[in-house]
Write a protein that binds this ligand. Sequence first.
Ligand SMILES: [Zn+2]
Length: 372
Amino acid sequence: MISLKRLEELTSLKHDAFIVSAYLRADPRLACDRHQPLTQFKGLVRRFDQFCPDRARRDALERERPRIERHLQGLGPSSRGVVIFACEPAGLWEPINLDVLTPSHLAVETRPVTSFLMRIIEQYPRLAVMVVQKDQGVIYTTELRRGGERARVESEVQGRHDQGGRSQSRFQRHIDYQVRVHLKDVIDALARLQTENPFGRLAIGGTPDTVAEALRLLPDSISKRVIGTFPIDFKHASEDEILEQACRINQEYERKTEQELVDRLDEAKHPGGRGVVGLDQTLKRLAEHRIDHLIVAEQVELKGTVCEKCGHLDTRPFDHCPACGAAGREADNIVDLAMERALLDGARIESLEGTPRDWLREHGGIGAILRY
Ligand SMILES: [Zn+2]
């Protein structure tokens, strides 16, 4: 992923020789089609060359194109979105892999287009993993829902041991007290992390008694973020196995929330309700800025028409835009444009997999929960 700090640095960049910003949607389940983001990029370049009247921008894109294509060719199948910022004269080359559905978008401007990325990162529920033992605690954060990338160690807390001869029972009580003091230290570290680099979800692993004690000690602001706990056999489990378990819990949680979202949509999709399904209704509500959650079935692609002037999106082809009268252009996948628009509107984007995705596909592949 990318840190907020780096993203802020990128946002402040400016170069007169133009910076290429490419956002590409990828689908890890289409692993057989390794060049999927590459195919998309080529399509975006063709369209840019066709529609951009500015020669200097087209030249700038041509300057960066070979390097971007080489990068996309060598890409593994693990990401769902790829973002690249490139400007050779500025020494800028920033490829970012995302595990979040990204609308495909290509821009050649004097500044990098970071707005979508900013929204995506804001919306992304970061996972923190707290691993507790009686005498040590480790906190990880991971940007990925599926694993595959190393998690970052945010904090390691060693227990405070104190020596001295004591009777067995007093020693036992002392250990319990020490364990609690130690767990408090780990939780303090977690609370600091939450202030500095907030996470939306927390998974806790450890021996059952330590996990139970940690749960008791968590402040409310953090305990409401707990999505699950898991037992760890510290003698045998490797760090990778521990993190894999946490990722599995995260995936289960995701499937559950996706199902809940679909149930909510199903209940609200009646006329006058706060939910719509199908492209036609969704685009209408998007134009009214009423969308709170845009919900997209993964892999769905829908054709539509976009107004070159005001950006009006429609399911039907038009020669004269119903909003401004300008000419329309056919869009191969209007879902990308709808996602862009929704992101800029401050809506959340949710992509569905599995059974929820099948349900949404039967209802037009796209839908929305409305603000009002
Ligand atoms: Zn228009």
